[in-house]
Design a protein around this ligand. Structure first.
Ligand SMILES: [Fe+2]
Length: 529
């Protein structure tokens, strides 16, 4: 048997397979007469290591069908890895089975490749060749790296705007990776209007298929609709991704086994299990993230030589319920609950174990909800802060434990990348929160949405008042786009890339502002673009 149940190939088994031409181990799978073009959902790579990465596709001849227009039978799909875009030098090839149990998705964990260089990959089935994707192996931990470039993206409501940001992202040179902070899909029913920042309504640009999502087929159909977008496909094909989920992959503001409308936990967990399976099926994740017993393993680390240690967090699956009735509310005593958690016990211990000096020049916390304090009052007279009870600011005890740990460990170069807000923010996180005189512990860059909330403007009404009430928050912007980060041993530069519009295709892109963190010099410096 040359194909293990983990879907992993060893070099020896691959070579043996190629030499012998053996196919008997795949007799359970159809040799493939798939008919029409089966790669309509594109390709992707993800979870890069120094010797490999995951390559992904999901077979579908009809994205409007929850089963992809395919019979319920396994298919054997060929894959190829090459050192060049034209596949003149194929370094590795093999076969993988697309199981109907997993929606005919394919996750192949490539290993044994030379480190620190680009690779190209594609899939082949029944005479059809997929689009070509570009991946990249990382530099091994501790080895010198002079520069990294990453993009941070999130919140891609299909109805509320075109994915022009992804079209531009796909043209960025040599991205080492893309981090998706969540809201890859939205679970709601179709809605012909979107509420805009001025309290009015704007027509959407396209409609969700189906209804609100509850079953596995519901979620699969929604993912397939999103994954049919050519701009999203281009962004996946351009660079390896680290995907994570926030709330809308399941249901708005869910927390562990609770939804927002009081569904009994054992009932909600059935919906969550369907959502997790569909999430796994559509992202280039490792086998370790295959859902088991209704849970999914999503917090993990990645090393990029001696330059960056990235910690990808899960702030949803293990958190305690939002305090003070959730949503945006005036500060109340429950935010100080010492028993509250946002990461859960095991993830919090895992993160503390990883946040140690000497591993890399920079530490990245790549996660979902805002970590800095933010009083959201839009006037200058209200005495009690108005807080987002879904964010770290409402989970004071676990946030303080994290900041205390970073401070005690003497880690100076910590950057937090966040999504969720549908606006961009840049700010400094101090040990005792807010604008206290305590030391700066970390720097946070909140990426805006790809499309959610539709066309924006530079500032929403009230944003100037929020900035004046929160001096540690250095920038707010309400346009759609993404965050582009360039990391060197000397500095971390974050560029806020913004679009003029998403209500029609083709917007140009600009850099709204550029922030720099100098290594070992806490604090943000800015240069207007
Ligand atoms: Fe969102």
């Amino acid at each position: 048997m040359t194909f293990s149940t983990e879907g992993r190939w060893s070099r020896r088994s691959t070579l043996a397979m190629l030499v012998s031409g053996a196919t008997s181990s795949f007799s359970m799978a159809q040799a493939g007469r798939v008919g029409p073009y089966p790669f309509r959902l594109g390709v992707a790579s993800g979870e890069p290591l120094s010797d490999g990465f995951v390559i992904w596709t999901r077979l579908s001849v009809d994205p409007a069908d929850p089963r992809g227009g395919l019979p319920r039978a396994p298919y054997t799909v060929k894959w190829e890895i090459a050192t060049d875009e034209r596949f003149t030098a194929v370094t590795r090839s093999g076969e993988a089975i697309a199981h109907p149990e997993l929606g005919h998705s394919v996750h192949v964990e490539i290993e044994g490749l030379p480190s620190g260089r680009p690779w190209w990959y594609r899939f082949i089935l029944d005479g059809h060749s997929s689009a070509t994707g570009r991946a990249r192996t990382t530099v091994p931990a501790g080895m010198p790296v002079r520069q990294l470039r990453l993009a941070s993206v999130g919140c891609q409501h299909f109805e509320q705007g075109y994915y022009t940001a992804y079209r531009h992202l796909a043209q960025e040179d040599d991205l080492d990776f893309v981090f998706h902070s969540g809201d890859y899909i939205y679970e709601m029913t179709p809605n012909e209007q979107v509420r805009n920042a001025r309290g009015g309504f704007t027509p959407v640009v396209r409609l969700h298929s189906g209804d609100a999502l509850f079953s596995l087929d519901d979620y699969r159909l929604r993912y397939a609709q999103y994954r049919s977008d050519p701009d999203l496909q281009a962004a996946h094909a351009a660079a390896p991704w680290f995907g994570s989920f926030d709330d809308h992959e399941v249901a708005n503001n869910w927390a562990a086994d609770l939804d927002q409308v009081g569904t009994p936990s054992d009932v909600f967990l059935l919906r969550r299990a369907s959502a997790f399976q569909a999430f796994y099926e559509h992202l280039p994740l490792r086998r370790t993230s295959l859902p088991r017993n209704g849970s999914i393993a999503m917090f993990r680390r990645a090393m990029f030589g001696d330059l960056l240690q990235a910690h990808f967090l899960d702030t949803r699956q293990f958190r305690s319920d939002q305090p003070c009735g959730d949503k945006v509310k005036p500060l109340c005593a429950d935010i100080e609950n010492p028993d509250a958690t946002i990461l859960g016990t095991a993830e919090e211990a895992w993160l503390a174990e990883g946040l140690q000096p000497g591993r890399a020049r920079w530490n990245l916390l790549a996660q979902q909800v805002m970590m800095m304090d933010l009083d959201r009052h839009t006037d200058d007279i209200a005495p009690v802060p108005l807080l987002n009870m879904d964010a770290w600011t409402a989970y004071r005890a676990p946030r303080q434990r994290l900041l205390d740990h970073i401070h005690a460990a003497g880690l100076g170069n910590v950057v937090v990348l966040t999504g969720d807000e549908h606006q961009a923010y840049a700010g400094e996180i101090r040990l005792n929160g807010g604008t206290s005189d305590s030391p700066i512990i970390a720097h946070e860059f909140v990426g805006t949405s790809i499309s959610t909330a539709g066309d924006g403007s530079d500032l929403r009404p009230g944003a100037a008042e929020i900035l004046s009430r929160n001096p540690h928050c250095r920038m707010i912007n309400d346009q759609r786009g993404y965050l582009l980060c360039t990391i060197t041993p000397e500095s971390w530069t974050s560029e806020f890339k913004v679009l003029d519009y998403v209500s029609r295709p083709g917007s140009p892109i600009h850099t709204r502002v550029r922030f720099v963190v100098e290594a070992d010099q806490p604090g943000l410096t800015t240069s207007e673009a």
